[in-house]
Design a protein around this ligand. Structure first.
Ligand code: GRF
Length: 192
């Protein structure tokens, strides 16, 4: 399975894919890692000799995905948004329909949509006195966090939890969930 990973931050989700591949738990190859800003995740890719591309979302603005498009070869099987914070253009989604997945740190459809990313999600979960949260891997469509759900994992939320407590508990599950979701899609690809 040929994959491309898009990041914007620390890249701990990227790291979980790298580790799974190196431990032979995932039969895939990361063709390249693409970031829309300076990100520690780029260092993680470099450490594993994975090709990286850095784009400047502030300069490129609406042109970001036209530039990203140029570095993704047509034989890519899966494009993974892993802690990626820019909105994907509708042209890009149209071209790569059903080959783009995203990992989101809540049990979608709850706590998803515009502005719901990173700590905002966990703060909302705590403020809402939720007794559970979790993470979701879904296909990317033009509706932010609205595409078909592939897999989810749940975590308990305790009364004394801070948003950071929830974030830490969810992030650990994200690392497992993302690899499991890629495996599900790899099996599907084999079937087709
Ligand atoms: C985290 O908030 C994670 O929940 C979301 O993106 C953020 C950073 O992830 N998916 P990463 O460590 O950059 O993979």
């Amino acid at each position: 399975l040929k994959i491309v990973v898009l990041i914007s931050g620390s890249g701990s989700n990227l790291q979980s894919i790298i580790d799974a591949i190196e431990e032979k738990k995932l039969n895939a190859k990361i063709e390249c890692v693409i970031s829309d800003r300076e990100a520690y995740g780029i260092e993680r890719a470099k450490k594993h000799n994975i090709k990286t591309y850095l784009f400047n979302r502030k300069e490129l603005k609406k042109n970001l995905f036209n530039e990203i498009e140029k570095v993704i070869s047509n034989d890519i099987d899966l494009i993974i948004l892993a802690g990626f914070l820019s909105i994907v253009s509708s042209e890009f989604i149209k071209k790569w329909e059903n080959k783009i997945i995203n990992i989101h740190p809540s049990l979608l459809p709850k706590f998803g949509g515009k502005g719901m990313y990173g700590m905002n999600v966990h703060r909302a979960v705590v403020e809402n006195k939720e007794i559970e949260s979790g993470c979701t891997v879904h296909f990317v469509t033009n509706e932010i966090d609205g595409g078909e759900i592939i897999a989810q994992k749940k975590v308990p939320v305790y009364e004394k939890d801070t948003a950071e407590d929830v974030q830490k508990r969810v992030l650990e599950k994200e690392h497992e969930l993302l690899v499991e979701a890629i495996k599900i899609l790899e099996k599907d690809k084999k079937k087709r």
